[in-house]
Design a binder for this molecule. Sequence first.
Ligand code: ZN
Ligand code: ZN
Length: 117
Amino acid sequence: MPDHASTDFHEHETAVRPDDRFDVVRSDDGRWYTVTGLCPTCRATVVFRVAYGVLGPSKRLWGRDPHRPEPLTGSVTVFCQCGYPHAERPPESPDTGCGAFWDVPVSGTGAGQGAAS
Ligand SMILES: [Zn+2]
Ligand SMILES: [Zn+2]
């Protein structure tokens, strides 16, 4: 396993490292976004899937076309779900990662392109 850092679990907001790339892929029906990248804290590859419409800022767009929402803009909050054991994680915690969460910017222009220059 490549350098997974076995940090103690704690919920904390962190930030994407400038040299890390995250892939954001929109599902065909526009209802799901899958974000893939390295956890800034424990360096595990995290695949995070979010249902579009659950996200707060986009609710105002919800309802125009329930079958195909407009592309998400802004950012997606990703929680680490690395699946590795992290000390101090409460047994009742639904998290499966180190407790880190961070925002990944989403370009509204298409699937999988990220913010390429
Ligand atoms: Zn981890
Ligand atoms: Zn992590």
